[in-house]
Design a protein around this ligand. Structure first.
Ligand code: HMG
Ligand code: MG
Length: 294
């Protein structure tokens, strides 16, 4: 089961305390030392709208060699910036609800897809992830029909996305809703199940239950998670942290799906960043791992 660590992007984008590039680089090194191999670390978005991601252009050339790094790219201007610093693995992002897409990226769903089509098949791109946010509920429109989610996922696949990440942006889904979406995927997703990642936020403490529901019902590419459970989208009121990578790693390991991640080292890496942000530990698995290492 692959884990995409989104702590540097989703985890930090909502934090008010500015995190210097050197601190991000050390966090990245620590996460890699803990065994994480795929990390989403930057966004080439408007620096005024997401100040924490303003250092994407200077961060990228300083990344260590070896792991796979992803960056969010919202439009052709973002792609030009990303291309200039050698980004080869990108994520485009839209949603299953019009109001959220408007608030998030100032476009309709259709316009967002038109913008992505300008660069998703560019030579040199090795990976194009397509996010479908509000895959269960929108903070402005309420419940979202699974059929709409799969329709947008299929449109992203048609644009050349090599994988899809389905986002419970505000962290409200429960296993029965996950099963309903899986039924719809099985009925009408045009790609393969192993192109699907699940991206749960843990606002209501249901993220791990949702992971369990996914594992029972298919062979997916994997899960997104954020070290220490940091995260949230600045344009989705009510969104809290992502599923903590610590919680996911503990759960997968104990379920007989071993990861390559050293939980103790991961918990320490998270601790350093929590200290910078002035936040306390929220993940139970992080807390337990820290207690074991004392
Ligand atoms: P826009 O259409 O130009 O309109 O940008 P705007 O009013 O939203 O932004 C305008 C400003 O952005 C202008 O600058 C543009 O020049 C500039 P200003 O005049 O204010 O100085 N601009 C850019 N600057 C740098 N790089 C660019 C770029 N494009 C325009 N590429 C845009 C549209 C999408 C860029 C803007 O709305 C934006 O940056 N939005 C932020 C989106 C974002 O980062 N959201 C959080 C990530 S999504 C998420 O968290 C969900 C996810 O985790 C999955 C889930 O949980 O569901 C992925
Ligand atoms: Mg998210």
């Amino acid at each position: 089961m692959r884990i995409v660590e989104v702590g540097l992007r989703d985890g930090l984008q909502n934090e008010a305390v500015p995190v210097p590039t050197e601190v991000k680089l050390r966090f990245i090194e620590n996460l890699i030392a803990a065994g994480l191999t795929e990390l989403e670390v930057a966004s080439f978005v408007s620096p005024t709208r997401v100040p924490q991601m303003a250092d994407a252009d200077s961060l990228w050339p300083q990344l260590p060699k070896g792991p796979r790094f992803l960056a969010l790219v919202p439009n052709a201007r973002g792609w030009a910036r990303a291309q200039a610093v050698g980004v080869e693995e990108i994520a485009v992002f839209t949603a299953a609800s019009e109001t959220f897409v408007q608030r998030n990226i100032n476009a309709t769903i259709a316009e967002s897809l038109t913008h992505f089509a300008e660069f998703t098949r560019s030579p040199g791109l090795k990976r194009v992830r397509g996010y479908v946010s509000t895959a269960f509920e929108c903070p402005f429109e309420g419940r979202i029909a699974p059929g709409k989610v799969v329709e947008v996922a299929n449109q992203l696949i048609a644009l050349g996305c090599t994988e899809i990440s389905l986002g419970d942006t505000i962290g409200v889904a429960t296993p029965n809703e996950v099963r309903a979406l899986i039924r719809e995927l099985k009925a009408s997703f045009g790609g393969q199940p192993d192109q699907i990642f699940w991206h749960f936020h843990d606002t209501n403490g249901t993220a791990i239950a949702n992971v369990a529901a996914c594992l029972e019902a298919g062979d997916w590419a994997g899960f997104d998670a954020s070290a220490a459970g940091l995260g949230g989208c600045p344009f989705a009121p009510g969104a809290a942290g992502n599923l903590a990578t610590e919680d996911l790693v503990y759960f997968l390991d104990r379920q007989g799906l071993p990861t390559s991640v050293d939980l103790g080292r991961l918990a320490q890496a998270s601790m350093e960043v929590l200290a910078v942000l002035g936040r306390s530990v929220a993940s139970k698995a992080q807390s337990a791992a820290l207690a074991r290492s004392r």
